[in-house]
Design a protein. Structure first.
Length: 305
């Protein structure tokens, strides 16, 4: 294996945020620890958002403190605005994830702002975060399909990628299939154009792909993004997830499915398969969650562990 994919597990945040009953903090911390034991070295720990809007994330600070104690783990927290960023910085997050949608309808539903308003606010936060020595990821949601506007013209996400890329030459940019309704050829074209137009100055990975599995195309879209030059991939153990502001969207593509895909492709991930299945089982058993993915139910994959 000569090439390497970076898997960022988002189960502690995106996987749990839509669950109705509050997941105990101890359960979230245990999930983080099991994922870390499996070799995951990047995780989306939580988000500093209004607890009234997303009550499941009210304990992000406590979960982050536990995550920061794990060796070699890079912890990301999402921040929708200036207040969230200041909380993330004070809490010691290594990477702050900023986000906006590329469609007006979803951005309004998600953060109650126009795209222009979000970009103006987030641009200033990018500058302040980099000045503070934090790493930044700029997430662009609904790059392929919007729950309110339908299929998104490919020129739309690419125009936003250009604007975001201009903020910093090395900042990571995530291109997201928020509803899980992207098609592999669509993902390949958009990602390939972005990777070609805006390479990282050091030659390292610049773009990330965030996909859901609503229509069963999650793994195929990951493979398409890989073929297009993407090297950072979001996924959730147990296939948990779903955006509360994207009607009909279901879980993230499962980390165990993505790990198996890359293993079969001869791509290194640094993941311990048996321990990953343990973490995925733990995630899938969280009360109130709706697990997804395929590999946990394949007997041969179990025996391989």
């Amino acid at each position: 294996m000569s090439e390497r994919a970076i898997i960022s597990d988002v189960a502690p945040r995106d996987g749990l945020q839509s669950i109705g009953p509050f997941v105990p903090t101890a359960t979230k911390i245990e999930l983080v620890r099991r994922l870390h034991a499996a070799g995951i070295r990047r995780m989306e720990i939580g988000s500093f958002v209004s607890p009234k809007a997303v009550p499941q994330m009210a304990d992000t600070g406590e979960v982050l403190r536990a995550a920061l104690a794990l060796p070699g783990l890079e912890s990301t927290v999402l921040a929708p605005n200036r207040k969230g960023f200041e909380l993330a910085k004070a809490a010691g997050a290594q990477r702050v994830g900023l986000f906006m949608s590329v469609t007006e309808s979803h951005n309004k539903a998600n953060v109650n702002r126009t795209c222009a308003e979000s970009f103006a606010d987030l641009s200033a936060i990018v500058a302040d975060a980099l000045a503070a020595g934090m790493q930044v990821r700029f997430n662009l949601s609904c790059c392929f399909h919007c729950p309110f506007e339908g299929v998104v013209p490919e020129s739309t996400p690419l125009a936003w990628v250009a604007r975001v890329a201009a903020l910093d030459p090395a900042m990571e940019i995530a291109i997201a299939d928020t509803t899980g309704n992207a098609a592999p050829d669509q993902v390949r074209r958009v990602m390939a154009q972005a990777v070609k137009a805006f390479p990282a100055p050091d030659g390292g990975p610049r773009f990330a792909y965030h996909g859901h599995d609503t229509y069963g195309l999650g793994v195929a879209n990951v493979a398409a993004a890989w073929d297009a030059g993407c090297r950072v991939f979001d996924s959730a153990a147990g296939g948990l997830g779903g955006c509360p502001f994207a009607p009909g969207a279901t879980g993230n593509v499962a980390t165990e499915d993505v790990a198996w895909l890359f293993h079969r492709m001869g791509v290194e991930t640094g993941i311990d398969w048996a321990k990953l299945l343990d973490a995925a089982d733990y995630a899938a058993d969280v009360p109130g969650g709706t697990p997804g993915g395929r590999m946990r139910a394949v007997p041969a994959a179990r025996r391989a562990a």
